[in-house]
Write a protein that binds this ligand. Structure first.
Ligand SMILES: Nc1ncnc2c1ncn2[C@@H]1O[C@H](COP(=O)(O)OP(=O)(O)O)[C@@H](O)[C@H]1O
Ligand SMILES: [Mg+2]
Length: 258
């Protein structure tokens, strides 16, 4: 899909910014004006149970069903658990693993050095071998938490982003929220180095608990900035992009209050 605004204003800055990669979720694509910009690193930040893994799986399934190859690095859940989660939504990822279109890897955090080396050295080769167009790291928080020293953590994350940027693969990282500062990730770094940030939240009102999402940042494109409600259905995430949650025209906007 071609975004003419992006093409006219940013041509010299990012030749790929007019190329979009579908998120696999219609409403989210609408919020993005067509999908994620190709080559972007997008971090999906949210609390446990907000559907980050589901969204990540939906993103790779979209590519796989279109004949693309994809790589999914799981740091939190075992491979079997990821396969079962996908199955529960009716997505047969095992078929793509067998066809060598999908690489599902579980990284072991007990050996930091080997893990860091594998990511740095083997990932570019894996991307090349698979001809992968989509990458998921679930979760980047656990990857970064391997490094206790904040400076080393920053260096490792920057190094990882560099490797991924060089490969040109459109990537989605999941990240846990910082409980003291819920619109930020736990490590507080990744959203600054990523090209995009999607925030997912369970919002509690007196009447209900609602799932809501917002695009906080998406470099080089115009996008929706409002909180939009979504559901996790038996077919995955459905975003109600047309439903405005809060109207703040002409008055101070305080999130959570109507
Ligand atoms: N097959 C399914 N159908 C409908 N909802 C599901 C299904 N599987 C999981 N869920 C919902 O999604 C939630 C977990 O989503 P998940 O993607 O694992 O979240 P996160 O990765 O953010 O922790 C569950 O708590 C449940 O509410
Ligand atoms: Mg998860």
């Amino acid at each position: 899909m071609v975004d003419s605004k992006c093409l006219m204003s940013e041509r010299s800055y990012n030749k790929n910014c007019n190329v979009r990669v579908s998120s696999g979720i219609l409403g989210l694509d609408e919020m993005l004006g067509g999908g994620f910009p190709a080559g972007h690193i997008i971090v999906v930040v949210g609390d446990a149970g907000t559907g980050k893994t589901t969204l990540a799986l939906q993103y790779v399934i979209e590519g796989l069903t279109e004949g693309e190859s994809a790589i999914y690095i799981s740091i939190e859940e075992e491979k079997e658990s990821i396969i079962s989660t996908a199955d529960s939504y009716g997505w047969n990822i095992e078929k793509y693993i067998k066809n060598k279109k999908f690489a599902l890897l579980k990284l072991d955090l007990s050996d930091i050095k080997t893990t860091a080396r594998r990511v740095k050295n083997e990932l570019p080769e894996l991307i090349r071998l698979f001809g992968a167009k989509r990458l998921v790291i679930d979760s980047i928080t656990l990857f970064s938490m391997m490094f206790n020293d904040p400076i080393e953590r920053r260096i490792r994350l920057t190094g990882l982003n560099k490797v991924i940027k060089k490969a040109g693969i459109t990537s989605l990282y999941t990240a846990e929220i910082d409980p003291d500062n819920p619109i930020h990730s736990k490590d507080g770094i990744i959203e600054f180095s990523a090209d995009g940030m999607l925030f997912m939240q369970q919002s509690e009102s007196a009447r209900d608990i609602e799932l809501i999402m917002r695009i906080v940042k998406m470099r080089r494109i115009q996008h929706d900035r409002l909180y939009r409600p979504y559901d996790i259905t038996e077919k995955g995430i459905v975003v109600h992009s047309g439903d405005m949650l809060y109207h703040n025209i002409g008055k101070d906007f305080e999130f959570g209050k109507e």
